[in-house]
Ligand binder design. Structure first.
Ligand SMILES: [Zn+2]
Length: 76
């Protein structure tokens, strides 16, 4: 938990400024958070196996839709 020595206060990490400074006196009390650690999806995008899963799901659902349409046509 970040602690500001001049103010003698403990802070919630979310209440600090973006640079990890005390909101009252501006003293550096925490390490600067790295944006890469906060969201790896921001610059990497979705992982390849997730895209593969989506592609396979789309192909399967398209196949099932064709099956359903063929069944509907034959059952008339
Ligand atoms: Zn302070």
């Amino acid at each position: 938990m970040p602690h500001c020595v001049p103010c003698d206060r403990f802070y919630n990490p979310n209440s600090l400024s973006e640079q990890g400074c005390c909101p009252t006196c501006g003293h550096q009390v925490a390490e600067v958070p790295e944006p890469a650690k906060l969201s790896r999806f921001g610059h990497e995008g979705a992982p390849w196996h997730f895209k593969l899963l989506i592609a396979v799901t789309v192909v399967y659902l398209g196949y099932r839709l064709l099956q359903a349409m063929a069944w509907a046509v034959h059952s008339i």
